[in-house]
Ligand binder design. Structure first.
Ligand SMILES: [Zn+2]
Length: 362
């Protein structure tokens, strides 16, 4: 951590051109889950809130949708921060170029225009399905894949001043006051998209600075989130889906490149049994009609019921905590563990995927 003096020197002024704006606020009545009182856990005066930071519209569908749906249903306020508009996304659903479909006969430039117009609507629908109470657009441009020309666009997220971008996120955190903050893993070797790397960078700094009054004094009353989590797709899940699809259909969408991706399973601290919320992932992915081919086995090779049978968990890495965490041989089954008892998910403890001491020894 830098000294106070240095921080003051680096403190940016308020962004004058763009401020975060809310895309969608259905204004749903949100109440605390009754389990908080029932369990005898001290209810805080703060409303419970979880905030998840994503890079592009559709990331919220593929990473953590069932978990967020479960919290929404329990009455926890759910906030999505989307850092870019996904302007560089290609059309991933060739069916939309067929006669009568919105991309029929368009030039690449026209496709890009139509895409920019429809993606906010896709995001709003995805967020409605998952149950986000609020969606905040951080206001940056999609930087495109690594080494693409869009990386050089001065309005891209990738090029954004780090302190200024963190300030935008801190503004949202101080207003929405989430006890739990979710972001991407520190290791993006598997998918090194510049925007995903930047999501991680600004989230870690925002977690540190939101409660620090010397940072962004214009950004509202300070608030310190209690826990910071990283999303992770466990290798165990991928292998089980891979084997199940081979057995049932004779083929699997996971090729050698996927199977060779580095595993983070030994770092997983938190495993939520969300088998009855997998509809949130499927429905939200389908809402992103330009980005997700509805016949793609990579996304939809197993039905929700089949997946719930094979692997009903979403896995998380607890990266920072002001309220402690699980022992090395234990897992949390609730992101709010140590704050409040919120989820009434199946109680059997799934246990660690990999014993960290074994992983260190091997
Ligand atoms: Zn993305």
């Amino acid at each position: 951590m830098a000294t106070g003096v240095r921080r003051v020197e680096h403190r940016p002024t308020r962004a004058s051109n763009v401020t975060p704006h809310t895309l969608l606020d259905p204004g749903a009545d949100v109440v605390l889950g009754s389990s908080v009182d029932d369990m005898g856990v001290e209810a805080t005066s703060e409303e419970l809130c979880v905030l998840t930071v994503h890079a592009h519209p559709d990331d919220e569908a593929s990473k953590g949708a069932p978990t967020l749906a479960a919290y929404h249903e329990t009455g926890v306020r759910t906030v999505l921060v989307c850092c870019t508009g996904g302007e560089e996304g290609d059309l991933q659903n060739p069916r939309l170029r067929e006669p009568g479909q919105p991309f029929h006969g368009l030039t690449p430039e026209q496709e890009r225009d139509v895409m920019a117009r429809v993606r906010p609507g896709e995001l709003a629908e995805s967020a409605r399905i998952i149950g986000f109470d609020e969606v905040v657009m951080l206001g940056y441009r999609d930087s495109g894949m690594l080494d693409s020309p869009a990386n050089d666009d001065p309005t891209s997220f990738h090029r954004a001043d780090l302190d200024e971008a963190v300030g935008r996120l801190v503004t949202v955190i101080r207003r929405t006051r989430p006890q739990v903050l979710i972001t991407y893993n520190d290791d993006q070797r598997g998918y090194p998209h510049p925007d995903h790397v930047k999501v991680h960078e600004i989230s870690v700094l925002a977690f540190e600075r939101a409660g620090d009054p010397t940072w962004y004094p214009w950004a509202g009353p300070v608030f310190q989130p209690s826990k910071l989590y990283y999303t992770v797709w466990s290798k165990a899940r991928m292998l089980l889906v891979h084997e199940t699809m081979l057995a049932r259909t004779g083929s699997s969408p996971f090729d050698e490149k996927w199977l060779a991706r580095p595993s983070h399973d030994e770092r997983i601290t938190t495993r939520l049994h969300v088998g009855k919320y997998l509809w949130a992932r499927t429905g939200a992915l389908r809402a992103h009609a330009t980005q997700v081919d509805p016949t793609e086995p990579w996304w939809f090779g197993l039905s929700d019921d089949e997946l719930a049978e094979v692997y009903p968990y979403e896995d998380w890495i607890l990266a920072r905590s002001t309220v402690g965490g699980p022992a090395d041989d234990d897992v949390e089954t609730d992101l709010f563990a140590g704050i409040a008892d919120v989820l009434e998910l199946p109680v059997e403890s799934p246990g660690r995927l990999v014993d960290p001491s074994q992983a260190a020894a091997s």
